[in-house]
Design a protein around this ligand. Structure first.
Ligand code: HEC
Ligand code: HEC
Ligand code: HEC
Ligand code: HEC
Length: 147
């Protein structure tokens, strides 16, 4: 084999490798340990971004992905772990319109996040003091300037 042919093959292998890395990244379905929820499209952005920890919720507290991620077909959640995850904002509109379905983005988040925390307090799985802290706006919302 000529020198040129070998170099050509090596270049080819490198490109295949880079392509492969990008493909894996584009199809990454493992949850990032922390996500910053910071959507645009609200009429006004009042409270600021929210830091959410998959690490804490999934690993420490063993919460199933389907408590938060869904794709509904005929009212049934057909999304399964391992499938790609769409942003909540792709289906829940940040602008609230009368009677819209599904509900607007802020209420979708608040219902999901606070609904569960509230339920935990009701079932006595977390103390009243812990729940009081979890309910505070600033426990979730970061100061706008800090981000
Ligand atoms: C358990 C967590 C949590 C708590 C507590 C919470 N929020 Fe939120 N809130 C969120 C998440 C998540 C979003 C979505 C943020 C985004 O889309 O960028 C959000 C969005 C919002 C938005 C729309 C986006 C914006 O910043 O204008 C408003 C307004 C808001 N929250 C107000 C409040 C107020 C007021 C309180 C306290 C009474 C509160 N929230 C408490 C999680 C929380
Ligand atoms: C307690 C709620 C909750 C649980 C449980 C949860 N997630 Fe998430 N996940 C979120 C939120 C909120 C986001 C941010 C969504 C957004 O920005 O629109 C997110 C984002 C993601 C993203 C990134 C999507 C993107 O485009 O950046 C992936 C991937 C993901 N989750 C996978 C998982 C998997 C897999 C599990 C189970 C092992 C899981 N999540 C469990 C709430 C949750
Ligand atoms: C593929 C589109 C889609 C995505 C992505 C999506 N939703 Fe939904 N969501 C829906 C639809 C449709 C409904 C209405 C289901 C029904 O009422 O049958 C719904 C309902 C809800 C409800 C109300 C459930 C109830 O108990 O009434 C909450 C809360 C919610 N979504 C939060 C979220 C959050 C938080 C995210 C992101 C982590 C998210 N959704 C991502 C489509 C979506
Ligand atoms: C299905 C249940 C469930 C859902 C849904 C849920 N949480 Fe939690 N969350 C928990 C539990 C359990 C804890 C631990 C409570 C404790 O022990 O104090 C927790 C703790 C927290 C804490 C304090 C610990 C930390 O991570 O710093 C924050 C902040 C928080 N959740 C934010 C959110 C946000 C934002 C969402 C929505 C995107 C959300 N949670 C949705 C169950 C849930």
């Amino acid at each position: 084999m000529g020198k040129r042919k070998i170099i050509g093959m090596l270049v080819g292998v490198v490109f295949l490798f880079i392509g492969g890395v990008y493909w894996v990244k584009a199809n990454d379905i493992t949850p990032p340990s922390v996500v910053i929820i910071h959507n645009t499209g609200y009429k006004r952005y009042i409270k600021g971004p929210v830091k959410f920890s998959h690490e804490k919720h999934v690993k420490e507290h063993k919460i199933a992905c389907t408590e938060c991620h869904h794709v509904y077909v005929n009212g049934k959640n057909v999304w399964k772990e391992g499938q790609p995850v769409k942003k909540c904002s792709e289906c829940h509109n940040p602008i609230k319109k009368k009677g819209q379905k599904p509900m607007d983005l802020m209420h979708a988040y608040h219902k999901n996040c606070m609904g569960c925390h509230k339920q935990l307090a009701k079932e006595g799985k977390i103390s009243k003091a812990e729940y009081k802290k979890l309910r505070r706006c600033n426990t979730c919302h970061q100061k706008k300037k800090k981000m």
